[in-house]
Design a protein around this ligand. Sequence first.
Ligand code: ATP
Ligand code: MG
Length: 450
Amino acid sequence: MREKQQQELRQLLSDKAHSSRDLIHGLNVSQPTLSRLINSMKNEIVVMGKGRSTCYGLPRAIHDSNGRFPVYSIDPRGDATLYGNLTALQGGQYWWEGTDGNEELFSGQPWFLLDLQLSGFGARSFAYRRSELLKLPRKLADWSEDDMLYATSKCGEDRIGNLLVGEDSLSGYFKCAREMPPAIELDSCNWKYPQLAQKTLAGEMNSAQIGGEQPKFSACIDDKGTPCHMIVKFSPAVDSNEAQRYSDLLVCEHLALEAIRLSGFSSARSRLIIAGSQAFLALKRFDRRGALGRLPMISLRALHARLQAPYDNWIDAAIRLEQADLINREDSRRLRWFSLFSDLIGNTNQHFGNISLIPHKNNNCYLLAPLYGARPTLYEPVAGEIPIRLFTPPPVRNDAAAELPSALETAILFWKSAAVDERISADFRQICYENCELLKLSTHSPRLLV
Ligand SMILES: Nc1ncnc2c1ncn2[C@@H]1O[C@H](COP(=O)(O)OP(=O)(O)OP(=O)(O)O)[C@@H](O)[C@H]1O
Ligand SMILES: [Mg+2]
């Protein structure tokens, strides 16, 4: 009899976690019988919460793991502490037990772990190279949510932000810390970066850990005696029109970050190195401190998953987060400004991974991280060609109109600086000049007064 009931209970919990009320009803047993039954399966069943809200679930093995993953955070000194425990449950749910006392049953992977999933340029070659070892599909596009979590728990020692999942990632982090090569001297970046770019393309560098489509690696440089972690984006080393355009766009990203800063907004600090025909844009990481320290950060995408809100556009996102008291008024304004500025410099890449936030007050509110990743992607090569593009910034929405004068002035400054920067090809400088003139003309057009 007991075995039959255990089997029925397993059956019920195989779709999702249930409360004791649901189980009493589903199994048609009394509360004491259910308690005895659960007690007889206590090594198998996950008990979640306390009192009336207690729920029961069955853990779900993911590949060779038992579905239970410790999550660690690395502090600004480089020390690790347990942040919480994640248990994958049958039916695709997840049970989270934070060391801060927060517990929650999630219907999918918790939002604060979404940024740890592999994506972008490095992740595709990582999937190909490690697929055999991890016994996962060779193509990243064929990976399931479980595959992502599994890979993150095995090799997630150096993801963005300060969290890492799984014992293997933690030991990977300690190993990297012990075996960390000396920081690269500033003077040697000119010849070291091209070598590291080669190694990245050959799959010898661990470039999988940072997202984004532009080829990149991460490096620790010695900045006047202080180790400083950088993300280094690079253009192709070959001499072609396409490579030249990628190089032009990286120079533009550097100039855009400077223009943003001149307008009084904070943006990632960058250094540009041109070695032969190849451009390297090194960005100082705001989620790293010193050689080993890490700082928390979360993408706008993950925060929207938390709110179960659509990934619509940065202006609506700014308004939504301000209304939910998740960001302050000034940061909301800054995000609307950045959306307009991006439109005005042909940055078509306004997705929710291109904005990051810094959690504070126990994830109850956020500060906008320094702005990054803005370049005129409108002019990116497509399949090896450089198509002719028409630059027509979209009309300005009323709820962002107050930011227009400053965004426009900064965009003009950006195009003007690009039009005279000799690190940019003459062809693209001409485009920058024309766009500058176009925006100048628009300053004389009638506009909505606010
Ligand atoms: N300065 C920085 N400090 C910390 N993290 C950063 C910094 N700049 C970028 N990142 C992180 O790295 C990721 C990739 O950077 P970025 O978006 O600039 O790359 P990209 O290849 O140009 O991206 P995209 O595919 O959107 O064009 C970002 O989504 C962000 O999580
Ligand atoms: Mg990006």
